[in-house]
Design a protein around this ligand. Structure first.
Ligand code: MLT
Length: 283
């Protein structure tokens, strides 16, 4: 049976509900936990977002998974004091969270875009903790020089002018035209999250992404069962690029979702959840 997809207020009101926290150094790492049986499904958001981007997955999978939706360092309810946060650091935070929750068995890690960049490092640094991998709308390549310089510039500007400049440059590219037309409330929810994000956390992540490594050479060694999933209209992580990632991984399957852009779990949750369900529970 496919999991229920919640489109109503119970899915949308996650933000206010029962976040838990751990301390890492002097920082607070917040996460939402749902479900008390089945495999552990860790959901890791993109930039500059928080766990609420998974609102259509969290409750839908909580009847058969132990879902953990993280707010990465500086985002959502988590705090940060860092000038730069590397993908390695975010990955280590996720591992520390699992330690704190005393989760020893291998998990399914599911990350979107920046959450995928973090996922590569989670695999590299915490491999025994992984049973399955879900990579949504992400890339394996590093930034080229021009993109990396643009991120450095944006980090500087966001500190001077606030989160609005990131919203203005990113929001139009995050969704498929059909989402802007048919689900303006989803766009508005995400925009609110982006505008509320602290400029210093945005700058720290931009610097971290600018310096991230190219992991294309790792793909052939990632033998985990992997689902690579992408919105057909994703302008940021193109479907061709994601299909090539899946092709280079020994045990990956590629799914391209209709009526979705970069935010595929939020834009076409029915199709996304069906693919995730089949991946997690089919033999
Ligand atoms: C994201 O959605 O996390 C961003 O598009 C990642 C990026 O800027 O490369």
């Amino acid at each position: 049976m496919a999991p229920a997809v919640l489109h109503g207020s119970s899915a949308v009101s996650l933000k206010a509900t029962n976040m838990e926290t751990i301390e890492i150094g002097k920082r607070r790492l917040a996460y939402l936990r749902r479900g008390d049986c089945g495999p552990v499904l860790m959901l890791v958001h993109g930039f500059p977002l928080d766990h609420t981007m998974w609102k259509f997955q969290i409750e839908a999978f909580a009847d058969r998974c132990r879902v953990i939706a993280v707010d990465l360092r500086g985002f959502g309810e988590s705090s940060s004091q860092d000038e730069t946060v590397t993908m390695e650091r975010y990955a280590d935070d996720c591992a520390l969270l699992l330690d704190d929750l005393e989760i020893r068995e291998p998990i399914t890690y599911c990350g979107l875009s920046m959450g995928g960049y973090v996922g590569w490092q989670f695999w590299k640094r915490h491999r025994p903790r992984l049973e399955r991998f879900v990579l949504c709308d992400t890339k394996a390549k590093a930034d080229n020089d021009e993109v990396a310089r643009g991120r450095q510039r944006m980090a500087y500007e966001v500190l001077a002018k606030g989160a609005g400049i990131v919203v203005d440059s990113m929001l139009p590219r995050l969704f498929a035209p059909a989402t802007f037309r048919n689900h303006p409330e989803r766009v508005a929810d995400l925009e609110r999250v982006m505008r509320a994000t602290s400029p210093s956390a945005i700058a720290a992540a931009l610097r971290g992404m600018a310096s991230r490594m190219d992991v294309t050479g790792w793909l052939a060694s990632i033998e985990l069962p992997t689902l690579v999933i992408c919105g057909v209209e994703d302008e940021i992580s193109r479907p061709e690029e994601m299909e090539a990632i899946a092709g280079a991984m020994p045990a990956a399957r590629f799914v391209c979702l209709p009526e979705a852009g970069h935010m595929s779990p939020l834009e076409n949750p029915d199709a996304f959840n069906r693919s995730l369900e089949a991946f997690l529970f089919s033999v």
